[in-house]
Design a protein around this ligand. Structure first.
Ligand code: EPZ
Length: 422
């Protein structure tokens, strides 16, 4: 197993190019199932989760030619509608094939994703919404078996909770349904917006894109044709590099970013004392000599993203005072706390809130990555810890960060990937 060896204390400089967004690319790959014409995706991040979902397409019978950041896909040859446990258990976002498979083929079986490190993450809202659209659903042998032999029909869906994946699944299902679907309390994350724009670009009438209420006129079973789609920049990767500049007190520039999508992170960094220079699609962070403490609550877009909570906790550890961080979306997304404390942080956890007392120094240690964003928080802390840190179990990082160690090393960090010797 690989691990990262990081020797802390180096300043960063120069620029880094942000990759395409994993969480935009995944639903877009799933949405290609709505088409039986060849299409091309560009600016894909070169990460394991993308390869896993593309592999699922090929297992369904689709044709995929994938090279680094582009994929040519032809789903006219799909001859299976079963998403097997071996893939879904590796990546819960595979549940995103449920809506499009059911909408196009009138039936499918998708392995039920289990819980995961950051929380239970049920899919009850996806299933309830599909049932409201006329699907017959049963859970048997660990699989969701869904059927809508005469096609799905439009319905009025009111989500009890805002769900990104749930909104994406229903938008895809609604695109080929008979009649009009309204989704109330829909997610409006930039990744959901790009999926809606992709489907709208194929001629489906979608109203309310980027708001909490979406209205989708289905094609009544007619498949879609998509032009080439360029994946939007990854706002979480961008936020993570801004935190790298802030924590190491370095001026760095990020290229290929969408400023609007990272507004919440920029605002919090400004309140911590950092300043920014914005150009067309780039941003330069000028750090502050001392970081002010920060109070934040994770919430749906455009609020502060849960996917940046761990990285900001690493920053708060180095702030001058006490910060409060509340996690509202996932009940167990604090696994980085004990690992950060192993590096010398002073974090106290009560329920869904962490109180972080800033410390003067961190000291390198062996730490374990527990989930994707927790892993990047450990890397950030290691960049400023005195001595050597080994971050283990970095397969979590490889799922969602494109060449993290290469990009950080190019900025001047002392970071290398090594192989565990047994
Ligand atoms: C997406 O997960 C992202 N994943 C997550 O990013 C992100 O943390 C999350 O949205 C929130 O922004 C992808 O886009 C692939 P949700 P998703 O459904 O869609 C509850 C990362 O690090 N819920 O919006 O699974 C759920 O348990 C990942 O890149 C139900 O109760 O998240 C959670 O508390 C991790 N029932 C809340 O809603 C349901 O049926 C929001 O989850 C669905 C969700």
């Amino acid at each position: 197993m690989d691990y990262l060896e990081i020797i802390g204390g180096k300043k960063l400089s120069g620029s880094v190019t942000i990759s395409g967004a994993k969480n935009a690319a995944l639903p877009i790959i799933a949405a290609t199932i709505l088409s039986d014409k060849p299409l091309k995706l560009t600016n894909l991040p070169n990460v394991v989760d993308i390869r896993t979902l593309l592999k699922l397409l090929t297992m369904l019978g689709g044709y995929v030619k994938h090279h680094e950041t582009t994929a040519e896909i032809d789903n006219s040859t799909i001859n299976s509608t079963k998403a097997v446990y071996e893939i879904v258990s590796q990546m819960r976002a595979s549940i995103l094939v449920l809506g499009p498979l059911l909408a196009r083929f009138g039936e499918c079986e998708v392995s039920l994703p289990g819980g995961c490190a950051i929380g239970q993450r049920p899919i009850d809202l996806h299933l309830k919404a599909l049932e409201a659209m006329g699907a017959h659903i049963e859970i048997k042998g660990g699989y969701v078996r869904a059927e809508a032999k005469n096609g799905l029909r439009g319905a009025k869906i009111i989500f009890d909770k805002i769900t990104v994946g749930g909104t994406e699944n229903i938008v895809m299902a609604a695109a080929l349904a008979h009649g009009t679907t309204t989704i109330i309390n829909a997610a409006k994350e930039p990744e959901v917006v790009q999926l809606c724009e992709m489907i709208a670009s194929a001629g489906v009438n979608i109203q309310g894109i980027g708001t909490n209420e979406l209205t989708i006129e289905g094609t009544g079973g007619k498949t879609l044709a998509f032009d080439t789609i360029e994946i939007i920049p990854d706002r979480i990767e961008a936020g993570t590099y801004l935190c790298a500049g802030a924590i190491t007190q370095s001026t760095i520039t990020l290229n290929k970013v969408n400023h609007e999508h990272i507004r919440a992170s920029i605002d919090k960094l400004e309140s911590m004392g950092c300043t920014f220079e914005l150009a067309d699609d780039s941003i330069t962070i000028h750090p502050s000599d001392t970081l002010n403490p920060v109070n934040l609550i994770t919430i749906e877009y455009p609020g502060f993203p849960t996917d940046m909570q761990a990285q900001f906790m690493a920053l708060a550890v180095m702030a001058n005072g006490e910060s409060l961080i509340e996690e509202r979306l996932f009940e167990n997304r604090f696994m980085h706390v004990s690992e950060l404390n192993r590096l010398g942080a002073d974090i106290w956890l009560k329920g869904s809130t962490a109180a972080v007392k800033g410390v003067d120094k961190l000291y390198g240690a062996d730490v374990m990555a527990t989930d994707l964003r927790a892993s990047s928080a450990l890397v950030l802390a290691a960049l400023v810890a005195e001595g050597t840190t080994h971050v283990r179990r970095i397969y979590h990082l490889d799922r969602g960060y494109d060449n993290l160690e290469g990009k950080l090393a190019a900025l001047g960090a002392n970071i290398v990937r090594k192989k565990e010797r047994h």
